[in-house]
Design a protein around this ligand. Structure first.
Ligand SMILES: [Zn+2]
Length: 64
């Protein structure tokens, strides 16, 4: 099983496409893929800034 989520505003470092980057999770592995050119990059060491923005938005929701 794997989770896939588009990273809003992320730019592909390989082809420059915007909003074509998917963040993928499978067990202990985290990576990103560009659906435009097929670029794959490991995210374990350096998560992109756009990913931090997504987490900030989520924190705005009130806890119930
Ligand atoms: Zn690309």
């Amino acid at each position: 099983m794997s989770k896939r989520q588009f990273i809003a505003g992320a730019t592909c470092p390989a082809c420059g496409a915007i909003d074509k980057i998917q963040r993928c999770e499978e067990q202990d592995n985290v990576w990103m893929e560009c659906i435009a050119c097929g670029m794959v990059r490991d995210l374990d060491a350096a998560p992109p800034a756009a990913d931090a923005n997504v987490q900030t938005v989520e924190l705005k929701f009130p806890k119930k």
